[in-house]
Design a protein. Structure first.
Length: 254
């Protein structure tokens, strides 16, 4: 698609693409629909008409109508679920390997996958909402940040349950060579995913989560200070990165 559109039309197309993909529609079919819409929008703009003239209804209703006419791409959904699930567990296992604690109860082995499934469903729902409602950037980043805290809170909940409620559950432990091999294998998986998706985000997440452990190992500090470091440093790093992305997005949109 080489014809230039107005910013309003281009934003609508990008939001429609996000809505369709996050709704589990086939990516190739979505691109064909978007290309056809692109041509219609370009022609309409040549005659002084806007996006509203083409879609004839609210963006949310139009996107929902288009999505309803397309079938789910179960193969693509399964692929993305596997990629995200493996990536998330790899990040978690690397963090545990760095800390030297790879012991898991049956509660962890069942709870972590359940949290990831819920997180994926919430992520898809949020993407559809952002695409169809076009909230302000501040609202968008706030909702995304809240979504990011969801798995953290539930992972913390599992840890507290193991510590104070289900204290006698059997534990399954990896140590020594098994811990090193598992950590390196997970890192290799994340590097492969990063190369395939052409993004450094996964590796940045690994770094942000494990820098606190490296700091507490490198410097002598009390337990309370270590807890502050482990709690605050990732928040500062993630917050700084989100602010950087926000500034870059604002600059690009100007």
């Amino acid at each position: 698609m080489t014809m230039t559109l107005s910013k309003e039309s281009q934003d609508f197309i990008e939001n429609l693409r996000l809505y369709l993909i996050s709704s589990g529609k086939n990516e190739q079919d979505a691109e064909e629909i978007i290309e056809e819409l692109h041509d219609h929008l370009h022609e309409a703009e040549q005659h002084g008409r806007s996006v509203d003239h083409i879609i004839g209804q609210s963006p949310k209703s139009y996107m929902k109508e288009i999505a309803g006419e397309m079938s789910l791409d179960h193969k693509q959904l399964a692929k993305w679920f596997i990629v995200i699930a493996i990536g998330a567990f790899s990040i978690m296992l690397i963090s545990d390997a760095v800390k030297g604690d790879m012991s898991y109860s049956i509660l962890s082995l069942v709870g972590y996958p359940t949290i990831m499934i819920l997180f994926l469903l919430l992520t898809a729902t949020l993407f559809r909402y952002l695409a169809s409602h076009k909230p302000r950037k501040a609202v968008e980043f706030t909702l995304t940040g809240l979504l990011g805290f969801f798995p953290v809170l539930f992972f913390l909940g599992i840890l507290l349950l193991e510590e104070y409620v289900f204290t006698d559950l059997p534990m399954y432990t990896l140590d020594g060579t098994g811990r090193v091999v598992t950590g390196l294998l997970c890192l290799a998986i994340l590097i492969a995913f990063s190369i395939q998706m052409k993004t450094m985000l996964l590796l940045l997440v690994v770094a942000f989560l494990n820098i606190p452990a490296l700091i507490t190992d490198a410097f002598t500090m009390g337990e309370e200070a270590a807890l502050w470091v482990e709690g605050l440093v990732p928040m500062v790093l993630f917050g700084g990165y989100a602010f950087f992305v926000y500034l870059r997005t604002v600059k690009t949109s100007q």
